[in-house]
Design a protein. Structure first.
Length: 302
């Protein structure tokens, strides 16, 4: 434990450990990725995928080690019973901070397969880690504005096509597909701009989850609906590095996928789209109520 050191010093140490961990894990990852490209045979593909998955898990485990080193965070976890490493899941969560991803990796590592989440295409150019995401098969999405689509209608539906191609790669292997339904991090300004009907959440965007269910719904065991609360206030990534995240509350709710939502076309079936949006909105109402309970049981301490 390094809690006797000033927060800034802990932050520098954690940053160096994160960088070292990334370099040490990415080096063998890239070597395996090269072999995967050179050996396009089913047995070789399965073996290289297995190796890269375990390298990914090792990276997360090492991150857990430095997180515990800079601060012994108090974790309040519930609902983890029944998760199976051999099953595929669709995971979603409320989104308050980039720390959310580290929290989910910390808790779910080796309980289910490593999370793969949709990334903006520009992130592939992030030094080292962007190439690692590509090697691990993370789906990169190119998002188009409404104004751009009006000028280039041929691009409409390309995001769905990318989702389907990516998910097809996971059809025969257990996977944890992750999607932030809100699409962006919660801030008071965004909350006001949206005129969100929820107290602690932004409006949900159902399309991303619906696309995954369309592409691979029959393979998925269930949806894991995650709710995260930080009693110390929403932390930034530097707060995590400095060991300033003292307490985290996380609830996991495993939901069976309604059969009427599997294999349907979200962009072409209007009745299904409305029904699915209603289902997601109800989940968000329940999540907002749960966050209210969390704020009462674990009140803000910042």
């Amino acid at each position: 434990m390094l809690d006797f050191l000033p927060a800034a010093v802990r932050g520098v140490i954690a940053s160096l450990l994160l960088a070292l961990n990334t370099i040490l894990c990415c080096t063998p990852l890239f070597v395996v990725a090269i072999f995967k490209l050179l050996l396009p045979f089913p047995a070789a593909q399965r073996f290289t995928d297995w190796l890269m998955s375990h390298i990914h898990e090792a990276w997360i485990s090492n991150n857990k080690a430095w997180m515990n080193l800079v601060r012994r965070t108090r974790w309040h976890l519930s609902g983890l019973e029944g998760l199976d490493y051999q099953h595929s899941y669709l995971i979603t969560s409320n989104h308050q901070s980039w720390v959310d991803i580290m929290v989910l990796q910390y808790v779910l590592n080796r309980r289910i397969r490593p999370l793969k989440f949709f990334l903006k295409q520009e992130l592939i150019w992030v030094p080292v880690i962007g190439l690692a995401w590509w090697a691990l098969g993370f789906p990169f999405m190119k998002r188009y504005s409404k104004a751009y689509l009006e000028k280039h209608p041929e691009k409409k539906g390309k995001d769905l096509e990318t989702t389907r191609k990516t998910c097809a790669k996971f059809r025969h292997n257990p996977v944890g597909i992750f999607n932030f339904v809100e699409g962006t991090r919660f801030t008071e300004a965004k909350h006001a701009q949206q005129q969100s009907p929820f107290r602690y959440l932004l409006k949900p965007k159902a399309g991303g989850i619906a696309f995954v269910l369309d592409a691979m719904g029959e393979q998925l065991e269930s949806i894991i609906n995650v709710t995260i609360h930080y009693p110390g206030g929403r932390p930034g990534y530097w707060d995590l590095l400095c060991g300033n995240v003292g307490e985290v509350v996380v609830h996991f709710q495993e939901l069976k996928i309604p059969p009427q939502f599997v294999g349907k076309s979200y962009d072409q079936d209007g009745a299904y789209r409305l029904e699915f949006q209603g289902w997601i909105n109800q989940l968000w109402q329940d999540k907002d109520a749960l966050l209210g309970q969390m704020h009462q049981e674990f009140p803000d301490r910042h």
